[in-house]
Design a protein around this ligand. Structure first.
Ligand code: 0L1
Ligand code: MG
Length: 266
């Protein structure tokens, strides 16, 4: 079976239906093991276009995944991945997340970049990212794979927009030059108990290196970052599952804290 445009759109509907109905599904490679990474990015792109069309949401930015050596080794891969953030993924510290709209969510503590300028090109480096970014902000990403038991191959997770679900930003905006982002330490707690710790260096050595990698990859598709984009640069620690009524706080050196609370709201 080859992936034709029609098949791409069938997979797009399959994944969007899983998200809409809040039901995990069998991964694509169980049906089509030959799925390549390039085909998966093509499905991802169509999924984003269709999601924007259906929900009226707009581009918010991009996210990186699999940016830590530990996670890459776990998946048997040597590269990070990227996906898109849309405006309806943005959640707020003051508004509890609607837990019943999520399948099996996990949180990741991340450093978000807010771009002050467009940035595009195959030779963009970390220094260019730091110059083009206006602010860095503490963030929590909520990932929610549409696949059964959060199990997938690299191609599956790319097609599923890298498990993207929600993001929450802290309220302290810091100029990138005012912090060494590799040195930023982070402690995350759930209901007041520490659950994980990490540092900015876990993100491909430096979060700006991760963003530069994504810009180089986007350039291969004639794309780049835009002024105003929010970029989630990758997790500082492993992802942590959470449940209804849990409160998660990620506290970052120099960036302050960001809080997620969740409720069952019908
Ligand atoms: O944002 C992430 O690092 C997640 C990327 C996809 C892998 C996963 O869902 O665990
Ligand atoms: Mg993430």
């Amino acid at each position: 079976m080859t992936v034709t445009n029609r098949s791409d759109l069938e997979y797009v509907d399959y994944l969007l239906r899983a998200e809409h109905e809040v039901k995990e599904v069998v991964k694509i490679t169980d049906q089509y093991p030959e799925l390549t990474i390039e085909e998966a990015y093509s499905i991802q792109k169509k999924l984003i276009e269709k999601r924007m069309e259906r929900t009226g949401s707009k581009r918010l930015g991009i996210k990186l995944g699999l940016t830590s050596k530990a996670k890459q080794e776990m998946m048997g891969v040597h590269e990070a991945i990227y996906g898109y953030l849309l405006s309806d993924m943005l959640a707020y510290e003051w508004e509890p997340l609607q837990q019943h709209r999520l399948i099996h969510p996990k949180v990741e503590p991340e450093i978000a970049f807010i771009m002050g300028e467009d940035l595009k090109g195959e030779h963009v480096k970390a220094d260019d990212v730091l110059k083009a970014a206006k602010y860095v902000v503490a963030a929590i990403e909520v990932i929610d794979s549409r696949y059964k038991d959060f199990r997938f191959t690299l191609a599956d997770v790319v097609a599923d927009n890298c498990s993207s679900a929600k993001l929450i930003l802290g309220s302290k905006m810091v100029k990138p030059e005012d912090l060494d982002l590799a040195e930023v330490g982070m402690v995350m707690s759930k209901n007041g108990e520490m659950v994980t710790t990490g540092a900015g260096s876990a993100v491909l050595g430096h979060p700006a290196e991760a963003v530069a990698w994504a810009v180089q990859k986007l350039a291969k598709h004639n794309e780049g970052l835009k002024k105003g984009d929010i970029v989630l640069s990758g997790a500082l620690s492993e992802a942590v599952a959470f449940d209804m009524d849990d409160t998660i706080v990620a506290q970052f050196d120099g960036l302050g804290s960001v809080t997620l609370s969740s409720r069952y709201v019908k």
